[in-house]
Design a protein around this ligand. Structure first.
Ligand SMILES: CC(=O)N[C@H]1[C@@H](OP(=O)(O)OP(=O)(O)OC[C@H]2O[C@@H](n3ccc(=O)[nH]c3=O)[C@H](O)[C@@H]2O)O[C@H](CO)[C@@H](O)[C@@H]1O
Ligand SMILES: C=C(OP(=O)(O)O)C(=O)O
Length: 429
């Protein structure tokens, strides 16, 4: 199994290109199941989750190919892919594939909308919480599907097609909103989705569906209206830049000190996180090329932050912020409200010398003068990268084990950081 070795203590300086967003690319790829024409996606990150989803989509009959490079795309970052689901050959998504990645469950919506049936394994448990799918199934039921759980599978049928409906999610759910958008786009009649997720990735999916012929208004607000259409067609779409990758590198630069341009980043996608960093004393500025992050000598001030659905501070940046605050001046308070068990990084950060107390959904982080390298291991994607951030500022060597978590969501991590002066290498095997 690969490991990443980091020797801390180097300031970061230079340019880090921001990749396409994993969490936008995945639902966009799944949307290819809604049409028999070609969906061409650009700026798709080269990630393990993308490769796995391609396997899942192939299983349903999606042909895929890598399209030519676009200006600015290197062999290391970003790819253009063409997806075509001429016919759906299988409406079952098996346990072996779906259990590896939560987002793969979302194929349930286009399979049902296009073929009138779907049998999809319930997604596996995950290191950040229980993550039920009750609200996703509720949305499909509201749109006229019959749903039952059979042998660990969600089995849904709508033999006469889905029909538009008006409903509200009792809790904001990104995946629920994605699948409601896809299903409602091919339903008979109009749907109104209240308390919809406002995340930029939802807007990106809606924009692409509109290019495919869907009639959607209000994406990005908590009330989305979808007028169903009889069929959708092909389209070409650029995946939006990854706001979580942007925030992660911003925190890495804040941690080590230095001056880095996050090229292609869009500040409006993560304003809450950038505001927290500014409040902590980090110099953040928007330029025509992206977001510039600087910290030269100033102390990192402690923060008081609660994770919330967009436009609030994202749960996917909570672990990274916690890593940064291990070097903060005073005690930071970080409250996690989205996932009940997203603190697996706490015990690993402690190996590096961090002082963190947990009290229910809140972590209290007492800043320390120095961290020291150690072997660490994390159990999920963002927790893993929080260890990388801490290691960049720790004295001596840190070995981050179980790198496959990082490969799920961070494209070319070692070379992006290495080119900015970090001492970081992957050790294979
Ligand atoms: C691939 C992808 O885009 N993943 C993101 C997506 O996950 P995902 O779409 O799975 O997260 P949700 O927004 O659905 O989850 C939000 C909350 O709702 C709960 N819930 C969700 C569905 C349901 O049927 N029942 C239920 O109770 C969840 O357990 C969680 O407590 O949004 C999360 C919240 O921004 C991010 O952390 C993930 O990175
Ligand atoms: C939790 C995440 O992903 P997933 O929903 O695929 O587990 C994430 O991207 O941080």
């Amino acid at each position: 199994m690969d490991r990443i070795r980091i020797v801390g203590g180097h300031k970061l300086g230079g340019v880090i290109p921001i990749s396409g967003a994993k969490n936008a690319a995945l639902p966009l790829m799944i949307a290819s199941l809604l049409t028999d024409e070609t969906l061409e996606l650009h700026n798709v990150p080269r990630l393990a989750d993308v490769s796995l989803l391609l396997r899942i989509l192939s299983n349903h009959g999606v042909d895929h190919g890598i399209a030519g490079k676009r200006p600015g795309q290197t062999s290391e970052t970003g790819q253009s892919i063409r997806l075509r689901a001429r016919d759906i050959i299988d409406t079952c998504a098996p346990y072996e594939l779906v259990s590896k990645m939560r987002a793969s469950f979302w194929v349930i919506a286009p399979l049902l909308a296009r073929k009138g049936e779907a049998r999809v394994s319930l997604p596996g448990g995950c290191a950040i919480g229980t993550r039920p799918v009750d609200l996703l199934l509720m949305a499909l039921e509201k749109l006229g599907a019959e749903v039952e759980i059979d042998g660990g599978y969600a089995v849904t049928r709508a033999p006469k097609g889905l029909r538009g409906a008006e409903f509200a999610f009792p809790k904001v759910t990104v995946g629920g909103t994605h699948i409601a958008l896809m299903a409602a786009s091919l339903a008979h009649g109009t749907s109104v989705i209240d308390n919809a997720a406002r995340e930029p990735e939802v807007v990106d999916l809606a924009d692409c569906l509109v290019k495919m012929g869907a009639r959607i208004s209000g994406a990005g607000t908590s009330r989305i209206v979808v007028e169903g259409v009889a069929r959708l067609g092909g389209a070409e779409h650029n995946v939006l830049p990854d706001r979580i990758e942007t925030g992660t590198y911003a925190m890495a630069v804040a941690m080590t000190g230095g001056d880095v341009l996050l090229e292609g980043a869009r500040p409006e996608l993560l304003q809450a996180a950038l505001d927290v960093l500014s409040g902590a004393g980090v110099d953040i500025s928007s330029t025509n090329e992206g977001v510039r992050v600087r910290r030269n000598g100033a102390a990192i001030e402690a923060v008081n932050v609660t994770t919330e659905p967009f436009p609030g501070f994202p749960t996917d940046l909570q672990a990274q912020l916690m890593a940064l605050m291990t070097r903060g001046k005073g005690t930071s308070r970080i409250r996690e409200t989205i996932f009940e068990n997203r603190f697996m990084h706490v015990q690993e950060l402690a190996r590096l010398g961090a002082r963190i107390r947990l009290d229910g959904d809140t972590a209290y982080v007492d800043g320390v003068a120095r961290l020291k390298g150690a072997p660490v291991m994390a159990t999920d994607l963002r927790a893993s990268v929080s260890l990388v951030i801490a290691a960049l500022a720790a004295e001596g060597e840190t070995m981050v084990n179980r790198v496959y978590h990082l490969d799920r969501g961070f494209e070319a991590l070692e070379s992006k950081l290495g080119r900015c002066g970090a001492e970081i290498e992957r050790i294979s095997g």
